[in-house]
Design a protein around this ligand. Structure first.
Ligand SMILES: C[S@@+](CC[C@H](N)C(=O)[O-])C[C@H]1O[C@@H](n2cnc3c(N)ncnc32)[C@H](O)[C@@H]1O
Length: 272
């Protein structure tokens, strides 16, 4: 397949279009990987130049669908079971368990769930404490193909990078092909395709006691990350908790959330 050349000028307009659509930010250092993925996709679709591809994405009636497909090739869907487990345990113990005990059905949104290992880990934690039915879990991602995969409940071997914790053994099993998660857990999660840049789609989800958005802000510029954090904050109930990745401190963004330490992990609370 011929590789289409990408000039700095076309890189600039194409990468801006991608950032506008999905928040993903590619600077000059990322140009080679961006060029490779975009050129491969454009050539596969029959385009002979990346400028033509840009005009198609921007102005053609089929541009929106093609942009969605391009975004799927550009995102990094790296995830695995029990990744950064302590913050999930902390929200279960300190936010969800007390809410369930008080007779409420708290809502959790896992906002960039890739192939589902993260919300499924949360579901396993809840199930192991007999709280699965007491909590509503919404899991979303921009990548439709990842969500399709999540719905199957079948995961590759790489989705488990440690020994299976004893509390999980009842809920997932190792198969020759990888891992399979109990259907009750998959059915307990409402899987949605949501772009974090899309205000209307995010608002339509309602409000949550806990929003988990981990290992995605790192792909956005600071300006876009700040806007996404504001959107997520607006989705929190007063007193609600935002969980970000362990390498994604929000302190430099300022904002309305208050950082709290719980069981050695950092959580961000919207003041009540
Ligand atoms: C590295 S994975 C993180 C998965 C999981 N949260 C974890 O920490 O294991 C990043 C995910 O963010 C998703 N993503 C990137 N941009 C997005 C956007 N604008 N809206 C929603 N999801 C997005 C990608 O599709 C990918 O599945």
């Amino acid at each position: 397949m011929p590789i289409l050349p990408l000039s700095p000028q076309v890189f600039s307009i194409l990468s801006s279009l991608v950032a506008e659509h999905a928040g993903l930010t590619f600077d000059a250092a990322h140009m080679p990987v961006f060029a490779e993925k975009v050129a491969a996709r454009a050539a596969e679709q029959g385009f002979e130049s990346l400028l033509d591809y840009y005009y198609f994405l921007r102005y053609d009636r089929g541009g929106a669908d093609e942009m969605a497909a391009l975004i799927e090739t550009l995102v990094v869907g790296e995830t695995y079971f029990f990744r950064e487990l302590p913050p999930l345990e902390a929200v279960v113990t300190h936010t969800l368990a007390p809410a369930v005990a008080s007779g409420r059905r708290p809502r959790v949104w896992c906002a960039a769930c890739a192939t589902g290992e993260e919300p499924l880990t949360l579901a396993i934690l809840l199930a192991s404490r007999a709280m699965l039915d007491g909590v509503e879990i919404v899991a979303s991602d921009i990548n439709g193909a990842s969500l399709e995969r999540a719905r199957t409940g079948r995961h590759s071997r790489r989705a488990l990078r440690q020994d299976m914790p004893p509390f999980a053994e009842r809920w997932m099993r190792q198969t020759p092909a990888g891992l399979e998660v109990n259907q009750r857990l998959r059915d307990a999660i409402s899987w949605r395709r949501v772009n974090l840049i899309d205000d209307a789609a995010v608002s339509a989800l309602g409000t949550f006691d806990v929003v988990i958005c981990r290992n995605v802000l790192i792909y956005f510029s600071d300006e876009i990350a700040r806007r996404v954090i504001d959107r997520l904050t607006a989705r929190l109930e007063p007193g609600g908790i935002l969980v970000v990745g362990v390498s994604e401190s929000l302190l430099r963004f300022g904002g309305a959330l208050v950082c709290e330490e719980k069981d050695g992990t950092f959580l961000y609370r919207r003041p009540a």
